[in-house]
Design a binder for this molecule. Structure first.
Ligand code: SF4
Ligand code: SF4
Length: 300
C-alpha cells in the first residue's frame, strides 16, 4: 500500500477550490517562499507547534516525552526542538491544546477514508477533495494514489500546486485531477530564485503544458508586498498567460501577516511578520487590469 506524510486533513474548506472541500495537506515542499503561509508543511519531518499563550505549565508534556524535548525552567516552558522524534505523546498529554504535532504517516486508503467523511457536503455544494501542502507533487506516488481513489469514488479532486516538479511527474496528474489550482508567483527568473529558492522554468513549462493538455486551471497569485506587487509584475504575468493561451480565471490572494503566529509557534523567524496587508485599492487596480485585457480575475 502506498503511504505518505500529511500535515493535516482540514474539513469544510471554502477557499481551496469549488464548493465545500476537504483538504489533504501533504508535508514537504521543494520551495522556500519567504512569505509562505504554511510553514508547518515545509519539511517532511514532524513539526511541533507550541502556543505559549495556552500553556498552563503543568509539566505533563515533560513526563510524557521520552526525548527530553520539554522543560519547565524558572516557570517558563522551554522546548528543545532538535530532540523531537515526532511521536506526539506530549500533544496527547497536554490538557490545554498548547501543543500540536504536524506530520503523520498514513496510507492513501486511510487519507481517502478520512477525506470522504464529509461526502454529503461535497454532493450538495459541488465540492470535493483538494490535495495541497506543502507541495503534493513532492510525494507524487502518494498524491496520485489519493487522487485516483477519490476520482474512482466519483468525487471531484483538485490539485493545489506550485507546479514545481519534473515534467514526467507533473504530466501523470493531468488526466486524473479535475482542476489545477496553480500558483504563479513571479515571472522574473532571478527574482523567483531569490524569493523562493527555486528556478521557475519548470513551473512555467508545466503550466504551459497543462494549458496545452486542456486542464481546467485556476491561477493563484499571492500578492506579496515588495515581491510581486508592482505593475510590471502583473504585466509580465499577463503577457505570459496570453502567450501560452491561458483561458481560465486568475485569483489574486492579497498578503496578510496572519501566519506570524504559526511561525512563532514553530520557533521560526518570519521575514514578512511586520508587513501590512495589501490594500483593497491595489487589489482592485490589478483585478481591473486583468479584466481590461480579457482575463477573468477575482480577489480571494
Ligand atoms: S502539557 Fe501543555 S499546558 Fe502542560 S506544560 Fe506542556 S504544553 Fe504546557
Ligand atoms: S510553494 Fe507554497 S508551501 Fe511551498 S514554500 Fe511556497 S508558499 Fe510555502
Amino acid at each position: 500500500m502506498t503511504s505518505g506524510i500529511i500535515s493535516e486533513i482540514r474539513r469544510f474548506c471554502t477557499h481551496d477550490g469549488d464548493g465545500i472541500r476537504t483538504t489533504v495537506a501533504l508535508k514537504g515542499c521543494p520551495l522556500r517562499c519567504r512569505w509562505c503561509h504554511n510553514p508547518e508543511t515545509l519539511t517532511s519531518k514532524p513539526s511541533l507547534a507550541f502556543a505559549a499563550a495556552k500553556c498552563v505549565r503543568c509539566g505533563r508534556c515533560v513526563s510524557a516525552c521520552g526525548s527530553g524535548v520539554h522543560e519547565i525552567k524558572n516557570g517558563e516552558h522551554v522546548i528543545h526542538r532538535a530532540a523531537c522524534t515526532g511521536r506526539g505523546e506530549c500533544e496527547r498529554a497536554c490538557p490545554s491544546s498548547a501543543l500540536k504535532l504536524y506530520g503523520e504517516r498514513i496510507t492513501a486508503e486511510e487519507a481517502v477514508r478520512r477525506a470522504l467523511t464529509d461526502r454529503p457536503f461535497f454532493d450538495n455544494s459541488g465540492g470535493g477533495v483538494t490535495l495541497s501542502g506543502g507541495e503534493p507533487l513532492f510525494q507524487p506516488e502518494f498524491s496520485l494514489e489519493i487522487a485516483r481513489q477519490v476520482k474512482a469514488e466519483g468525487v471531484s479532486v483538485m490539485l493545489d500546486t506550485s507546479g514545481y516538479a519534473r515534467p514526467e511527474v507533473f504530466d501523470r496528474f493531468l488526466p486524473v485531477v479535475d482542476k489545477l489550482l496553480f500558483d504563479l508567483k513571479i515571472i522574473d527568473g532571478e527574482r523567483h530564485r531569490d524569493f523562493t529558492g527555486a528556478d521557475n522554468a519548470p513551473i512555467l513549462n508545466n503550466l504551459a503544458r497543462a494549458v496545452e493538455f486542456g486542464s481546467e486551471i485556476e491561477i493563484r497569485t499571492p500578492v506579496i508586498p515588495g515581491v510581486n506587487d508592482a505593475e510590471t509584475d502583473f504585466a509580465a504575468a499577463a503577457d505570459f498567460l496570453k502567450d501560452i493561451g491561458f483561458k481560465g480565471r486568475v485569483k489574486l490572494l492579497p498578503f496578510n501577516a496572519l501566519a506570524s503566529a504559526k511561525y512563532a509557534a514553530l520557533g521560526l523567524d518570519y521575514a514578512f511578520g511586520g508587513e501590512e496587508k495589501q490594500s483593497c485599492d491595489k487589489m482592485r487596480r490589478y483585478s481591473d487590469f486583468y479584466a481590461s485585457i480579457g482575463i477573468d480575475c477575482v480577489v480571494g
